[in-house]
Design a protein around this ligand. Structure first.
Ligand code: AMP
Ligand code: ZN
Length: 465
């Protein structure tokens, strides 16, 4: 069956034709491991997971690369500000390596609890410094880069066209351009490939330009080329990467080998919280562990995300999570009922199942239309005859959904708001090392019939009834 994807490069939905008929090669920009991943970050990872699963449903093998950014991503996403890793290391009084190890582990724990598959190849920027250096040298040799007293910059004027991925209008932008740009830069849109390190900079490597460190974009060009070749099939990321990181990755690749690295560029939209942005100052940054803390299986969040197409904004609410939790329970119940069902299926029933299976396949192949695909999952889950054949079809759909439909421990508890508030107060007391208050709150929670257990992932609340 044909597959269609919306391609950010051509701004239209196109039929997907992989370079190799058997194996699809994908590159996904992974996390900058300087802080906890949010459920927003996880939405992008869920979209990428669905992409993998849909391609496999269609019989393809996968070679999927995801990088771990552990150097070079500056606070501004551009050429200014401190390295995010160093800022976090300073604030948490740890080494950049400790920060990277800590948050990388948490990131993969989150993927696991959301049943998101790990790509075939996971690669760290700091382990590919040599490849990046070679790439920069090649850009200089090809005449696409120049040196200033602070960095090696990519010269966008050497390209036939820039930008090509985003709708950025350079002329309009120029009028409002920042005044504090490096005066040696030939254009404000030239971007750093390699940055000369100040005297006491913690992360730096020897290079032909002295002790220095890579810019943010070069890692993906170098690692993409190393593992997938000069051209591969699909490049993914969140929409915020279009005008900066991905635009510049394309520029680098054109400068190094005259090619756009991927044929299809796919981008996931943002997750909103109560209709707005997730931000620390608004106190509405949620992590996977917050979902666990409220007694939900994190897979509920994955199912919740299927209510919206990956190219549309999704609004997160706890009501939405509660409703997705009930849905997960119903889907898993239906699977169990069918597994043990004894109703006979007529030829007509079997034909109907086949038709629904085809519609499900068409929906996922139509640019990963999960909301539509879910409507067919529900038709099967609500099929009036209960029979193991129906369970088998649900299990087949689950190879795409990844919601562990065959699990039975769906029971999520209704934790009253009053208890949740007390647990939150206890969390703050523990953060402040106020153990007396923390114990008092635990006792109060126990008097009200609930037990709090502190785990690595955060507190788990259980009803004593
Ligand atoms: P950050 O850690 O904020 O740099 O985000 C890492 C990546 O996660 C970004 O490049 C986005 O693609 C993605 N991301 C961040 N916030 C959200 C969000 N609210 N919804 C969806 N994706 C997000
Ligand atoms: Zn990248």
């Amino acid at each position: 069956m044909e597959i269609y994807f919306y391609n950010t490069l051509t701004k239209k939905k196109e039929q997907f034709n992989p370079i190799d008929s058997k194996q699809v090669r994908i590159y996904s920009c992974g996390p900058t491991v300087y802080k906890d991943a949010t459920i927003g970050n996880m939405r992008t990872n869920i979209f990428q997971d669905v992409l993998r699963r849909v391609l496999r449903y269609n019989g393809f093998e996968l070679k999927h690369v995801m990088n771990i950014t552990d150097v070079g991503h500056l606070v501004s996403d551009g050429d200014e500000g401190e390295d995010k890793m160093l800022k976090s290391a300073r604030e948490e009084k740890k080494s950049p390596l400790e920060i990277a190890e800590h948050y990388t582990k948490l990131f993969f724990d989150d993927l696991k609890s959301l049943n998101i598959e790990t790509p075939e190849i996971v690669c760290k920027a700091t382990e590919h410094i040599q490849e990046m250096l070679e790439y920069v040298k090649k850009l200089i040799k090809n005449g696409y880069a120049y040196e200033t007293s602070t960095a090696i910059y990519f010269d966008i004027s050497k390209l036939d066209k820039y930008p090509i991925l985003s709708n950025l209008n350079l002329e309009e932008q120029k009028a409002g351009a920042r005044v504090d740009i490096d005066t040696e830069k030939r254009s404000p849109y030239d971007f750093a490939l390699w940055i000369k390190a100040p005297e006491n900079h913690l992360m730096k490597w020897d290079s032909p330009w002295g002790p220095s460190y890579p810019g943010w974009h070069i890692e993906c060009s170098a690692m993409g080329q190393k593992y997938l070749g000069e051209q591969f099939d699909i490049h993914t990321g969140g929409i915020d990467l279009i005008p900066t990181h991905h635009e510049n990755e394309i520029a680098q690749s054109k400068g190094a080998c005259g090619k756009i690295p991927a044929n299809y560029w796919m981008h996931g939209e943002y997750l909103l919280i109560n209709g707005g942005k997730m931000s620390k100052s608004l106190g509405n940054v949620y992590l996977v562990k917050d979902i666990k803390e409220r007694g939900y299986d994190p897979i509920v969040y994955k199912l919740f995300s299927y209510s919206c197409h990956y190219r549309n904004k999704l609004n997160f609410t706890w009501e939405g999570i509660e409703s997705a939790s009930k849905s997960l329970e119903r889907l898993r119940n239906s699977y169990q009922l069918n597994l043990n069902g004894t109703d006979e299926l007529t030829a007509q029933d079997k034909e109907k199942l086949l038709q629904i299976e085809k519609k499900f396949h068409e929906a996922i192949n139509d640019d990963l239309n999960m909301p539509l695909a879910m409507s067919f999952v529900w038709e099967i889950a609500r099929f009036e005859k209960k029979n193991p054949e129906v369970a088998k079809l649900l299990a087949k759909f689950d190879t795409v959904l990844g919601i562990k439909i065959d699990e039975t421990n769906t029971k999520t508890q209704e934790i009253p708001q009053e208890i949740l508030d007390l647990v939150e107060q206890r969390k703050i007391a523990r953060m402040n090392k106020d153990w007396v208050k923390s114990d008092e709150l635990r006792d109060l929670i126990a008097q009200k019939g609930y037990t709090v257990k502190d785990t690595k992932e955060g507190p788990i609340i259980k009803s004593n009834k």
